[in-house]
Unconditional design. Sequence first.
Length: 287
Amino acid sequence: MNAHHPRGLTDRVVVVTGASRGIGREIAVRAAADGARVALLAKTDTPNPKIPGTLRETAELVTQAGGTALPVVCDVRDPDAVAAAVARVEQTFGRIDVVVNNAGALDLRRTPSLPPKVFRRLLAVNVEGPFALVQAALPLLRRSDNAHVVNVSPPLNLEPAWLGAHTAHTVGKYAESMLTLGWSAEFASIPIAVNSLWPATTVASTGMMVAMGEDTVRSQARDPRIMADAVVALVQRPAGECTGNFFTDEQILREEGVTDLSGYRLAARDEDLTPNFYLSTTPLPRV
């Protein structure tokens, strides 16, 4: 693993939200393989019959990969729980170098059929959660010699078709992307790097598979490991020189010299990969 990234993440402390499954789990395990100590924040500690993955399982995988795991049950919608989780990370590891805001809520229903409480949840998970975590972690990030915040959120594509297709969901994800722009300016002098990372194609995340069905997603997707490899490469870049960007996983890996991405493909052929939401190259949704 480390041959790829000679700088490594040895002894770095990485906080990952939504770490019990999907992209979050892969990021945690990949960072561990590079030597990181990983704080795993997630809501799920007991198995859910409908959705695979628990914190304990991720913690075991992190340990097997050679990292140190601190699993913390935390609902990012609760700022007090977030502050308590950060206090536990400080108590255990004494520092935070990287925050990955990966926890996300997905609901693509249109305005007439979206219950108000679901809209609140979209904003709470996708915007308030990242804000609370970065606010709580800020004193520790300031002390890091290479602090990074990564928001799993899309580039701001103001094409009306993207906004109109699923307004509520888009507003939440775009607000998270505005946090990226705002924080990168606000924390530039420290420096704390703040970037957004978004999959270039559909990724077989647990949320997508629950929403669309596993076979449907896999037939058009890449493995979540592509996001994990991209995050680990990104957070090793010098914080003062790499901030305020909207990257795709593909772009980061190409910049790292990875030319063959076929190892990440779950779809049968490259042509079957579906470009992800919100990217300017993606065919616009019909509203």
